[in-house]
Design a protein around this ligand. Structure first.
Ligand code: GLA
Length: 718
């Protein structure tokens, strides 16, 4: 058998050492070039293979105690207390080139006769540099094997001394946490039965002080919407690994003879150029998928913060008129349209249009919306059930109960329980209802919500988060197959289901229930570490945020929302003339620039002062860019540091202009640098032409903005 596998695309190499019937990652990181093919992994190995415990051994791709690893094992399980420790032996390795773009895939087969297991591993190094790892374990024995874990583990080199993960809560998702990597294990678990508000999008490690633009960074994401764990672990011998995997509860996955457990795909990105480089691999891979949304992302109006549950055809028709006048392209009717749903205590599960509120069904509204040239979207929450609903009264057995039929209910959350989608009858019912709605009405879009944690989720007395997650995926897949034109948004009390598992079957996420632009600055920045902006819903809310009571000028709200899939969540019937013209201008800018915003390379600038932020999108040919400079808080300095742009072509000249007029309140009584004053006063004629080198090395002075204000800059090669 071959003794090494070298997968390589520009910028990244993965060198596997396959000697001694084991698999070890000799190197995952910087591109080794052709030389990597000839590099003997033995040269990189600090010690011999696992011959004795008293000799430190290189960690295996699937770390096992039987391979001298004393950290967290990559595989765990048992047969009622027997065969609990496996020693996997490599049986087969094959490598294939996937496509002309250069993707390569290694397939590995490992078995253990004593514990009667076969593990298949596929490592795909995509042309974008993203590494996809798929693992599955098959029970080749003749009795039941209970799977406790099958994690994806990747070693990172010693120069990675700092870790990064994200956390959050409702309306404050995706906040970064940095730590020094010491010996021991830093584990982030998600036990919410859904991805979770606090789920870390990635577990990352990097060289000291790594930032958006600098440092070597290794990051791993798990594409899974159920329970999961992510960790960075430095063992006593100094080896450091990043690991992710589904978190399984006792008895949750038991394999009968011949059965297979398929672990969720893990996605791993290495970059020598900071977090932006990591991000770019995720973005480009997501964009290369056949089913990545390819049509211009329409301007959305969502009714939630405009009318909440008060559905009234006259009001909604007026709202649609006002939206259409502004240039909205998709009108989304949020919660409140189905049987008995006048508030959030009732109705979930009764997916019939409520005749009391909608005597002629949704047709009059949909006709009106379509007549105005807009798409129509509808909110649903198919995985949930209110105890106060007809369906719960008729089928109490469809409510998931931790300990099986007749047992106690789990605690409610927002007055709701989980519909047990592992029950085929419940699944068929909800599929049939959604299919009927999508067949009866010309619906273009579903906002698919999921509004509770599903802790202690059970089916027939067995933990069922794993099966429920797969049932949800099947439901989405089946509806998509039956209604291929319908787009679906993944919402989960805001951003509690943002992962690449759900995104394989949905078209965007709702990043957060907060439309507060200040909160959104951070939420969108960090959601954008993995997701490109076209997949991240981002709305202009009312002047005073409904979730935080902060008040922001429209310029800050609009500029913030432009860096996503832009929309509005505000009663636009009530706008002043000034607000209407300001919002229209933002919508025009979005429409003119969305092709760039949704295809360009995301750039985030490392600023010397945490009180401001700068970021942008640069076209791949470096000819155009849009940048934002935002003040997030008051600064200790009167003058902000110059904005040093990034991602441009050093050898070209650029004209720097304003994307939207400078908000007169934004820098009132404070410094507006002369170049910006000239642009604000004279438009394109006043715009300076500066070389890319000067923009990136020296930078331009920025205005001393009041906190929570921003300017939108355009950069075009001349
Ligand atoms: C959740 C969503 C909101 C809205 C409400 C409706 O909280 O995140 O955007 O759709 O449900 O009940």
């Amino acid at each position: 058998m071959i003794d090494r596998v070298h997968l390589r695309v520009p910028g990244v190499s993965l060198l596997l050492d396959t000697r001694d019937a084991d698999v070890r990652v000799a190197h995952w990181g910087a591109d080794l070039g052709q030389h990597g093919d000839r590099l003997d992994p033995a040269v990189l190995t600090a010690s011999a293979a696992h011959s004795a415990f008293d000799e430190p051994a290189p960690v295996s791709l699937i770390p096992q105690p039987a391979r001298a690893w004393r950290g967290t094992p990559g595989i765990a399980g048992d047969r009622l207390g027997r065969a609990f420790s496996s020693r996997l032996v490599l049986q087969d390795v094959s490598v294939e080139r996937q496509d002309d773009a250069g993707s390569q895939r290694a397939r590995l087969v490992l078995t253990d006769e004593a514990s009667a297991l076969r593990v298949d591993v596929e490592l795909t190094l995509d042309a974008t540099g993203l590494l996809l790892i798929d693992q599955r374990v098959t029970n080749t024995g003749d009795d039941v094997y209970a799977v406790a874990a099958l994690d994806t583990t990747l070693p990172v080199p010693g120069q990675a001394t700092e870790s990064l993960d994200l956390t959050g809560r409702w309306a404050r998702e995706k906040h970064p946490q940095r730590r020094r990597i010491d010996q021991g294990t830093w584990t982030r678990t998600g036990r919410h039965g859904r991805t979770g508000h606090d789920s870390t999008l990635v577990i990352a490690a990097g060289t000291p002080g790594f930032g958006w633009q600098h440092g070597e960074v290794w990051a791993v994401h798990l594409g899974w919407s159920g329970d999961h764990s992510s960790r960075v672990e430095r063992a006593g011998d100094g080896q450091t690994v990043l690991a992710v995997g589904e978190l399984l509860r006792p008895g949750e996955v038991e394999l009968a003879p011949g059965e297979t457990y398929v672990a969720p795909t893990a996605y791993a990105a290495y970059s020598a150029h900071g977090l932006d480089g990591v991000s770019s691999r995720f973005h480009e891979w997501l964009r290369s998928r056949d089913r990545h949304p390819s049509s211009p992302r329409p301007v959305v109006l969502n009714t939630w913060e405009a009318v909440y549950f008060n559905h009234d055809l006259t009001v909604l028709t007026q709202l649609a008129d006002a939206a259409a006048d502004l240039g909205v392209e998709r009108f989304v009717l949020d919660d409140g349209w189905f049987l008995g749903r006048r508030n959030d205590t009732r109705g979930l599960g009764d997916w019939f249009v409520d005749p009391d509120v909608w005597p002629q069904g949704l047709t009059p509204l949909i006709d009106h919306v379509k007549g105005k040239g807009m798409q129509f979207g509808l909110w649903v929450e198919p995985e949930m059930i209110n105890e106060d609903s007809d369906v719960a009264r008729e089928h109490p057995e469809w409510i998931a109960r931790p300990n099986g039929a007749g047992g106690r209910l789990s605690l409610p959350w927002r007055h709701q329980q989980v519909l047990d989608l592992v029950d085929p009858d419940a699944w068929d019912y909800v599929y049939a209802r959604l299919d009927a709605l999508l067949s009866e009405y010309p619906i273009d879009y579903l906002k698919w919500d999921q509004n509770r944690d599903q802790v202690e989720l059970g089916h027939e007395g067995r933990a069922s988060t794993h099966e429920q997650t797969l049932a949800v995926y099947r439901l989405l897949d089946a509806l998509r197959a039956a209604h291929p034109g319908v787009e679906i948004e993944s919402c989960s009390s805001g951003g509690a289901r943002v992962d690449l598992g759900i995104l394989q079957r949905t078209d965007r996420v709702w990043a957060s229930d907060t439309n507060d632009a200040l909160e959104r600055q951070s939420i969108q920045r960090w959601t954008g570490l993995v997701l490109p902006p076209e997949l991240v819903g981002s709305h202009v809310g009312p002047g005073t945020s409904h979730t935080t009571r902060r008040t922001h000028d429209l310029s800050f709200r609009a500029i913030t929302a432009l860096f996503g899939h832009f929309g509005i969540e505000w009663d636009v019937r009530t706008l002043t003339d000034a607000e209407r013209s300001q919002l229209s201008a933002a919508i025009r800018f979005y429409k003119e620039n969305r092709a760039l915003l949704h295809s360009g390379r995301a750039v985030r600038i490392d600023r010397p002062d945490y009180t401001d932020a700068a970021y942008g999108t640069v076209s791949h040919d470096c000819s155009r860019a849009v940048f934002v400079y935002a003040a997030l808080a008051t600064s200790p300095n009167e003058l902000p540091a110059r904005l040093r742009f990034a991602g441009l072509d050093a050898d070209r000249d650029y004209r720097v202009g304003l994307g939207l007029p400078l908000d007169p309140h934004a820098a009132e009584g404070r410094g507006v640098p002369p170049w910006l004053r000239a642009v604000a006063d004279a438009g394109a004629d006043g715009a300076p032409v500066v070389s890319g080198r000067a923009l990136m090395q020296v930078g331009l002075p920025m205005p001393g903005l009041h906190p929570e204000h921003a300017v939108l800059l355009t950069v075009s090669a001349v």
